[in-house]
Design a binder for this molecule. Structure first.
Ligand code: F6R
Length: 236
């Protein structure tokens, strides 16, 4: 695992994506949430000003809330369009189906789709303050596939800032599993700010353990953790 401490995490992340695309990447794995926003802004800038093209590239999202229509302002399918994919020339953008009452069928179909498109060339990841990646909360199986998960109270509190009230934050999500995520060729995790410092220390220097799902990066053959000084502050 490579750890990059930098005052411009979005540039390092955008370089990883730009290089992968130049080398012929066909599938990008996209995270939502606030952590990769600056990376997406930088990629849009490179598309507009530097000729970066995503022609021939498709995208898959990590996760989606259960019960939110894809057009809901907080649905991740909508978030990624608003903040990235509508602004570049990328191909299809897939997300797990959070509206299908056949949860198991929707999850299996998503894994099959990723297997069909994949392997994902670069998977962009954020990290929850409790160490989750995707919405694989602590104690998730390290080999899990796409499935329904219940959000912890901590994650619902962390995400309440995007909703009108805590009551509006969905309880359940459909998320790629840790095994699904690990199938990607390159995992690139970005974290900024003091609030992520403990989770980053556990992911990078703690034991490989389901209690910190992001620790799967330790056993991945190509993983990069890109952090600012604040997020790196608990590293030894
Ligand atoms: C989002 C996702 C989550 C977030 C994590 C951090 O698709 O998979 O794991 O990356 O919750 O969220 P932010 O970046 O908002 O702190």
């Amino acid at each position: 695992m490579e750890v990059v401490i930098t005052d411009r995490p979005e540039h390092v992340m955008a370089d990883i994506v730009t290089n992968a695309v130049a080398e012929g990447a066909t599938t990008l794995g996209l995270a939502t949430g606030s952590s990769p926003l600056a990376t997406y802004t930088e990629l849009i800038r490179r598309h507009r000003e530097d000729g970066l093209s995503f022609h021939g590239v498709n995208a898959v999202l990590l996760d989606e809330y259960i019960g939110l229509e894809p057009t809901h302002p907080e649905a991740y399918a909508r978030f990624i369009r608003d903040n990235f994919t509508d602004h570049v020339d990328i191909g299809e953008v897939h997300s797990p189906d959070g509206m299908n009452p056949d949860f198991r069928g929707a999850a299996d179909a998503y894994d099959a789709l990723i297997a069909d498109l994949g392997p994902v060339d670069v998977q962009i990841l954020g990290i929850g303050s409790n160490g989750h990646v995707g919405f694989n909360e602590p104690s998730s199986s390290l080999t899990s596939r796409t499935r329904i998960k219940t959000l912890t109270e901590k994650t619902r509190q962390d995400n309440a800032r995007f909703f009108d009230s805590m009551d509006d934050v969905p309880m359940h999500v459909i998320t790629q599993g840790l095994g699904t995520i690990s199938d990607a060729k390159h995992l690139a995790l970005v974290a900024t700010g003091e609030g992520k410092a403990e989770a980053i220390a556990a992911a990078v220097e703690g034991p490989l353990s389901a209690s910190c799902p992001a620790s799967i990066l330790q056993w991945h053959r190509h993983a990069t953790v890109v952090v600012d000084e604040a997020a790196a502050s608990r590293l030894r």
